[in-house]
Design a protein around this ligand. Structure first.
Ligand code: ADP
Ligand code: MG
Length: 332
């Protein structure tokens, strides 16, 4: 049974960035306006996410990290109108099986916080009183240490994993409105470096300026589309001639209804049409789609990064036309 759990867990938490992503999404679901991610040795030793969200109520302590426990409604018909990131109750239980999980938390109804320690199966094994402001700190030590193959792989790819994580956090920093996000890494010799720091501004534009700087923002052109069927697209793209010679997967971000998602087809379309205007260059693309819930389904892969559209061809046609207007005026 333990093995089955390990295998299943491995599908929710694939790597460092999917682990941290789950914690950041829990903080966002908890209504946090400040989220601080701190890594030790690029996340290999430990990582923690500190938020000022609603905290966890003591009635939930025991069941918190049990498989399929969620405080977010998970009735099937609710998936259509899902407003939270989480709904399956798998992240904390997976993290327990993959590393050492502790949570420090306090709601507005408690005078003191509680430090909770869980075992590999998600069982609560220790509860201690501690001091903390309202919110939660979720800490994971030694991710993958009990899976020798995965652990070796993690160690070998740690810089790459870390890069992927920073890029993912950039995505949240771009799309989250009014949420301060800070990420730092401390290496063995206690040198701490802050890799991302935003103040939680209220617009995509301001977030782009904080994350990538004013110079980069000036090289972008806004795009805003109303697509039939209640679909909308807002975003920013490199102006013709302002792309980079290197493929910037770390500068192409796609969102659907506020969630960072993978959209390889959209990325391909953007690159192709941009190249038409300027060969061997790749544009920055930050595209935020607003789709009515009946037009998309994010519940496709365990990490919720893939997405299905029912209006895909309409959306593509509108996007193609708009990109042609930007990158090869006169073409249409
Ligand atoms: P899910 O997000 O799908 O509900 P998780 O395993 O990620 O499942 O989390 C389990 C439960 O733990 C959540 O439903 C929530 O009640 C609680 N929780 C986890 N992290 C936090 C947090 N940072 N703040 C408040 N509650 C949290
Ligand atoms: Mg969750």
């Amino acid at each position: 049974k333990g093995v089955v759990h390990k295998i299943c867990a491995g599908q929710v938490i694939l790597d460092l960035s999917s682990a941290v992503k789950e914690l950041v999404e829990n903080s966002l679901d908890a209504g946090a306006t400040s989220i601080e991610i701190s890594l030790r040795d690029y996340g290999e030793e430990s990582f923690q996410v500190v938020d000022n969200g609603c905290g966890i109520s003591p009635n939930n302590f025991k069941v918190l990290a049990l498989r399929h426990h969620t405080s977010k409604l998970a009735e099937f018909h609710d998936l259509q109108s899902l407003t939270t990131f989480g709904f399956r109750g798998e992240a904390l239980s997976s993290l327990c099986s993959l590393g050492n999980l502790t949570i420090e938390t306090r709601t507005k109804n408690e005078a003191v916080a509680t430090l909770l320690t869980f075992d590999r199966t998600g069982l609560l094994i220790k509860e201690e009183k501690t001091a903390r402001k309202i919110g939660s700190t979720v800490m994971v030590k030694k991710l993958f240490a009990n899976l020798p193959v995965r652990s070796k792989e993690f160690h070998r790819n740690i810089r790459k994993e870390y890069g992927k994580l920073v890029s993912l956090l950039n995505a949240y920093a771009l799309i989250a409105k009014g949420v301060r996000i800070v990420c730092s890494n401390t290496t063995g010799k206690n040198t701490k470096s802050v890799v991302l720091k935003t103040q939680g501004s209220g617009s995509l534009k301001d977030n782009i300026i904080t994350v990538f700087g004013m110079d980069t923002f000036s090289s972008l052109e806004p795009i805003s589309l109303c697509i039939s069927g209640g679909c909308k697209l807002d975003g920013f793209l490199s102006k013709p001639g302002y792309g980079s010679g290197r493929y910037m997967s770390d500068r192409q971000f796609f969102f659907v209804n506020g969630r960072p998602v993978d959209m390889p087809k959209v990325g391909k379309l953007v690159n192709e049409l941009y190249k038409g205007a300027n060969s061997r260059q790749f544009p920055i693309a930050i595209l935020d789609f607003t789709l009515p819930s009946r037009a998309c389904d994010v519940n496709v892969t365990p990490d919720k990064r893939k997405i299905f559209f029912s209006e895909e061809s309409t959306i593509f046609d509108s996007l193609r036309e708009a990109l042609q207007n930007i990158y090869s005026p006169g073409h249409v």
